[in-house]
Design a binder for this molecule. Structure first.
Ligand SMILES: O=C(O)c1ccc(O)c(O)c1
Ligand SMILES: [Mg+2]
Length: 615
């Protein structure tokens, strides 16, 4: 199907927007009137540029406050329309969107609305133009798509149909769709947007918080499936009003938008099933859900305090890369790479790469590529195992691995093993439980869509965590069985001190005996992040865990949480550069991440500014 995007969804001048939409690979655009009026490209320039970029102009919009008006007002509307029709002929556009009247001058009279829209359609027909009538969710008298359809049906003109917009329809949540009662040929245009569930005024919600399908909470795929069942074969067009996308780089937003459409088409195809799936919705290769973490790689300007910390956590340095200054540290299936050769980051150690266990690394890369992720060049030395890798939106390198699998070369073969730790050498730490990555604030939705669509991970609810200097937005994505969990946090740029301190990243290590682990760290002369006494007083008020257990938590600086499935114990190491470790123990089938304790952790990290002491 044709893939289009409204220029209002992208930042910059109209020329920038067209360039970005063309570069991403869209087939067409909706020209948003403000973008044309405020720019100095003539309509002929716009038409030529769009054509050069392979873009059709699928819609001109919006034409406002036309229908259901007293006769005196109608003349003005028709005069305005004639100007727009002439403009559209210069643009080479043949469809105009008319959105439902929001003006106090509008009359609550469907007969009048139908009569006047018919008149408009007759005039449009003289120019070879069709009119798509859209119910805005806040329209004065027409706010529902079925109401718009009744008016269009009554007007009964071949050049008049409806424009359906997923936001206006799903935002009103008026029950099961009746979309399939509209004949496909009377649906002239389909606009798509998602949005996070936010209980607020619908106009404000629409103008500021729309996002691309798959980034919010609306069932856009279900709606598109219903529309396609009517026989609609026009464009799938993204129309997203969003405060962040208005500021972000247009090229990147356009690519994020196209990824969203590809993933949406896949979901729609699944809803429609084999026979009724339009041929145009050929699916990309299926996602290969990773089963666990193979490693976390830290870029370290020099080894610094990390070897001592890893040693204190019970890790063993088991190898060094044959050709690069990279050390492998292991405990159970938890593997940490310290890469001393990476470009020096001004903030010191940072999490640069993550290894994911994939049942089929080559297929993982094919999926990522089909969803527009940059595939990293396979940097192979003479001895290196093949590495399949892509870049996540924040630049983190994701390697797809089959670690020490008999049928596959393993990345670990490149490490000359000193002491090879057995996978069950008695250490408390068994594997990497999750990693927490901080995303630039303007790439957060892009990142959650990336992990959801490329890796097939399931997004959890968004949370807002109070930090002493801001609110940290956080959203986890995970595989069904919890083998891979990634917590995505937003980095705010704190006005306080100017440093985005919340750009911290961490690796959470699963322990089967966190009490022994905490004691081991202390015995090594390293202390966990200090937690205030007030936390423990509050914990006693919230939970009755028995005196002994409360005292143990307090003594060892452990944090506690529980959910309906189990309990969670955790503590944090000091931070070095941008990175710290969290040690976690899940008891029973606890599903969360200890989010309730995050504000205490953030405050402790800020106020104590703890750093690992030099060795
Ligand atoms: O917010 C608006 O005014 C507006 C305009 C045109 C649209 O297609 C729409 O969905 C909303
Ligand atoms: Mg719309």
């Amino acid at each position: 199907m044709r893939r289009s995007i409204a220029t209002v969804s992208l930042s910059g001048s109209l020329a920038d927007k067209l360039t970005a939409a063309g570069a991403a690979g869209f087939d067409g655009v909706e020209i948003f009137e403000n973008d044309l009026v405020a720019g100095d490209l003539t309509p002929e320039d716009v038409r030529r540029r769009a054509a050069d970029l392979g873009l059709g102009i699928d819609l001109y919009q919006p034409f406002r406050d036309f229908e259901a008006v007293p006769p005196g007002v109608l003349a003005g509307g028709l005069r305005r329309a004639e100007h727009k029709f002439a403009l559209m002929e210069r643009l080479g556009a043949t469809m105009m969107l008319v959105c439902s009247n929001v003006s106090p001058a509008a009359v609550d009279d469907d007969g009048l609305a139908a009569e006047q829209l018919k008149l408009l359609a007759e005039r449009a027909a003289e120019h070879g133009i069709r009119i798509a009538y859209e119910a805005l969710a806040w329209g004065r008298h027409v706010s529902d798509y079925l109401h718009a359809w009744r008016i269009v049906r009554e007007a009964d003109h071949p050049n008049l149909g409806v424009c359906l917009d997923s936001f206006h329809i799903l935002a009103r949540d008026t029950g099961p769709y009746a979309i399939e009662t509209i004949p496909g040929e009377k649906i002239f245009f389909l606009q798509l947007a998602d949005a996070p569930a936010l209980p607020m005024d619908v106009l404000y919600w629409s103008r500021h918080y729309r996002c691309f399908p798959g980034q919010g909470d609306l069932d856009v795929a279900g709606l598109v499936a219903s529309v396609l069942r009517t026989g609609y074969a026009g464009p799938l067009s993204l129309e997203v009003f969003n405060d962040i996308f208005r500021q972000a780089a247009a090229m990147r937003t356009a690519q994020d938008a196209l990824r969203s459409l590809i993933a949406l088409e896949e979901q729609v195809g699944e809803r429609l099933g084999g026979a009724s799936r339009p041929a145009a919705l050929a699916p990309p290769p299926r996602p290969v859900v990773p089963s666990g973490f193979a490693f976390a790689e830290l870029a370290v300007p020099d080894a610094g305090p990390l070897p001592r910390l890893l040693d204190g956590l019970g890790f063993t340095r088991t190898g060094t890369h044959a050709g690069k200054p990279v050390d492998l540290w292991e405990q159970g299936r938890a593997r940490i790479l310290l890469n001393r050769g990476s470009a020096e980051s001004q903030d010191g150690p940072a999490l640069g790469a993550i290894g994911l266990e994939s049942p089929d690394p080559a297929a993982s890369v094919k999926r990522a590529e089909a969803l527009l992720s940059p595939v990293l060049p396979r940097l192979r030395g003479p001895h290196d195992a093949p590495l399949d890798a892509v870049a996540a939106p924040d630049g983190t390198e994701l390697f797809f691995c089959r670690t020490r699998h008999p049928d596959h070369t393993s990345w670990t073969d490149d490490f000359t093993t000193g002491r090879r730790a057995s996978e069950d050498a008695g250490g408390e730490i068994t594997h990497i439980d999750h990693v927490a990555l901080t995303q630039p604030w303007h790439h957060f939705d892009e990142a959650s869509l990336f992990y959801r669509s490329v890796l097939g991970l399931r997004p959890h609810d968004s949370l807002e965590l109070p930090d002493p200097y801001g609110l940290l937005r956080s959203r986890a994505v995970s595989s069904e069985d919890g083998g891979v969990r990634v917590a995505l946090n937003v980095a705010y740029v704190g006005a306080h001190g100017g440093r985005p301190d919340a750009a911290w990243q961490h690796v959470a290590l699963a322990s089967r005996d966190i009490v022994a682990g905490a004691r081991r760290l202390r015995a090594a002369g390293l202390s966990p992040l200090a937690i205030p006494e007030n936390y423990y007083d509050d914990l006693e008020a919230r939970h009755d865990l028995g005196t002994e257990r409360h005292e143990l938590l307090r003594e060892l600086g452990l944090l506690y949480d529980r959910d309906e499935y189990g309990e969670f114990l955790h503590f944090y190491t000091a931070t070095t550069g941008r990175v710290f470790f969290e040690i976690v123990q899940r008891i029973g089938d606890y599903r969360g991440y200890g989010a309730i304790n995050a504000p205490v952790r953030l405050a402790a990290q800020h106020t104590r500014a703890q750093r690992v002491p030099p060795p």
